[in-house]
Design a protein around this ligand. Structure first.
Ligand code: ZN
Length: 160
């Protein structure tokens, strides 16, 4: 038996202000769309802003449903829109922000497992890493240089 160690390296910015200007702009779009989320049940608002290689910015937020599983996260709302409308344009960067209406969210909020799997599909398809930045309402911002970095041992089309 051998042990396999899996390591992810993330970069942590102390605040929004420390981000490069381009990422501040993308994160600002994420924050604006976040506050338009339809989240009456969780009162947890999430915004996603995707920068595509052609300069387009695609936005999404979470859309909840009285039948809870029928709702969709912000990340998938945005990435499926990008996949539908710009199928051949790689996604370069993604900025995610989250905010609770119940308390002040200071913890950088990463994509959920289902969204990581969904984003992985596009990263594999385009064969280029997607840089991901995520934050709470305020405070630190975490950067991952790729989705694969957030989802080691990903299940992808190489198994099929
Ligand atoms: Zn999700």
């Amino acid at each position: 038996m051998k042990e396999l160690e899996i390591k992810s390296v993330l970069q942590v910015y102390d605040s929004f202000d420390e981000l490069p200007e381009e990422i501040q702009n993308l994160m600002s779009e994420s924050i604006t769309i976040r506050d338009k989320a339809y989240a009456p049940y969780s009162e947890f608002l999430v915004g996603a802003a995707l920068l595509l290689e052609n300069g387009e910015v695609v936005l999404g937020n979470n859309q909840e449903n009285a039948c809870y599983p029928s709702g969709l996260c912000a990340e998938r709302t945005a990435i499926y829109y990008a996949g539908a409308n710009f199928p051949d344009v790689p996604i370069v960067k993604m900025a995610l922000s989250a905010r609770s209406l119940k308390y002040q969210l200071l913890t950088p909020t990463p994509p959920c497992g289902a969204c990581r799997q969904s984003i992985a599909e596009y990263e594999v398809k385009q064969d280029k890493p997607i840089e991901i930045y995520f934050m709470g309402e305020t405070g630190k911002v975490v950067k991952s240089s790729s989705l694969a970095n957030l989802l080691p041992l990903v299940f992808d089309n190489s198994y099929l």
